[in-house]
Design a protein around this ligand. Structure first.
Ligand SMILES: Cc1cc2nc3c(=O)[nH]c(=O)nc-3n(C[C@H](O)[C@H](O)[C@H](O)COP(=O)(O)O)c2cc1C
Length: 201
């Protein structure tokens, strides 16, 4: 059964300008879990649906081809009342499907040059691309569109985390094949960003 996430809020206490001004890459986290509502808000900002017909999302996408898929690596006690494991974010239903059991943060960190923030944070967001969705429409130029889109998504995660008083940072330095192995994903999925999320230390 998918885990239905609480509805994200579209009103917050932090003005956008303040979030932009305060946004920083923060690499030290407390081991405290984040709440389901905080995770919901982060995932909504990353790729959530923002129109009543379900056609459009929080981030723009070339020709609405939406090539990105998001996986959540949840540590033990990483998110309140969610078991450790790897989850896929179901965008249309704003829910999580369990992809694999277990706390794989250490293995994921090893795939990323032993980046401490990956196992120090309670949760890691892994943004992957299915290039064929965009290249199928735009040919080889679609590749640049996919890369631009992950930037939009990363920035939204940064700003939402800042607005919630959470810490995050973008990681591009990792071994694609090892990340895919840890996440048990097939070759079609290309990991583009890992973003640890948690409370700042
Ligand atoms: C494409 C990209 C890749 C990045 N990869 C890493 C990374 O692998 N490890 C890391 O610690 N920070 C990474 N960063 C974060 C940058 O180091 C950080 O944004 C920069 O130092 C500026 O600091 P600020 O984000 O606090 O403004 C990356 C940022 C971008 C945009």
């Amino acid at each position: 059964m998918p885990i239905q996430l609480p509805s994200p809020s579209q009103k917050g206490d932090t003005p956008l300008e303040e979030a932009i001004a305060r946004r920083r890459s923060i690499r030290d986290f407390t081991p405290q879990p984040i709440s389901q509502l905080q995770l919901s808000q982060i995932l909504w900002a990353a790729q959530g649906i923002t129109d009543t017909l379900g056609r459009y999302r929080a981030v723009p996408s070339a020709g609405s081809t939406y090539p990105l898929e998001i996986f959540v690596v949840c540590g033990r006690d990483g998110v309140e009342e969610i078991d450790a494991g790897i989850y896929h974010y179901n965008i249309a239903s704003h829910s999580l499907s369990r992809h694999c059991d277990g706390d794989v943060r250490l293995a994921l960190a090893r795939a990323a040059r032993d980046e401490e923030g990956i196992y120090g944070a309670p949760v890691d967001i892994v943004i992957c691309a299915l290039y064929e969705r965009t290249l199928g429409r735009y040919g080889s130029r679609g590749e640049r569109y996919v890369h631009i889109e992950v930037g939009h998504t990363g920035q939204n995660i940064y700003l939402q985390a800042t607005a919630l008083g959470l810490a995050t940072f973008a990681i591009g330095a990792f071994d694609d094949e090892l990340v895919r192995e840890v996440l048990r994903l097939d070759k079609r999925y290309k990991p583009l960003y890992i973003m640890p999320v948690g409370k700042p230390a």
